[in-house]
Design a protein around this ligand. Sequence first.
Ligand SMILES: C[S@@+](CC[C@H](N)C(=O)[O-])C[C@H]1O[C@@H](n2cnc3c(N)ncnc32)[C@H](O)[C@@H]1O
Length: 222
Amino acid sequence: MTKSVFEFGTNGLPPPHSDGRLDAPAFHRNHDAIWQAIEPFLHEKSGAVLEIGSGTGQHVMTYAGRSPRLTWWPSDMTASHLASIAAWRAASGLANLRAPQHIDLMEADWRWTGGADAKLAAILCCNVIHISPWRVTENLFSGASRQLGDGGHLLLYGPYKRDGVHTAPSNAAFDASLRARNPDWGVRDLADVTALAQRHGMTLAKIVEMPANNLVLAFEQH
Ligand SMILES: C[S@@+](CC[C@H](N)C(=O)[O-])C[C@H]1O[C@@H](n2cnc3c(N)ncnc32)[C@H](O)[C@@H]1O
């Protein structure tokens, strides 16, 4: 168990709508840029895409609306987030957006329960691995290597250090605030994440520089 959790609708973030829909202010700033970065890895794919740590559900709802050939499977570990994802899904009416499922990456043997023995075309995970212990990142990659098909991609979005150095003072301050809240949290180093991927048979296919000193990392399963 983490010593603290990140929960939308608390700590000054906007409260939920009456149906449980939560609104993440950052979604409005980042969802178009994230889509532009990840779409090249998705447009030739078909099948299932799992999102881990879907939060409010706004990203997965938006991206499902933009890619009707793909089936999107949201997930989270927080009850209020699962309720929000379900409420956004109901409001959207999208046929290719599945019901949210509980996935907690602290569990080493976590499993996507969507498609019997089917493999995933891609996994999307935005702003999770710095707001959780390193074990979550380890379990993300081990589970991705088990459940992604050949040529599948694990797409990560968030801030990263490069060679142990923050890419901006704002990222250093954010890292300090994360570690003050939970010493097991923190902005990860690109080299550590890439080495972990290689241990699980995945390679870093692309780094996309993003606004606000974030990166999209595309890891490919072989
Ligand atoms: C900062 S929010 C990001 C939410 C969303 N992806 C976004 O970018 O708006 C971090 C999310 O990670 C989820 N999370 C944290 N630890 C997790 C874990 N061990 N397993 C799965 N999800 C986790 C939280 O519940 C939360 O929804």
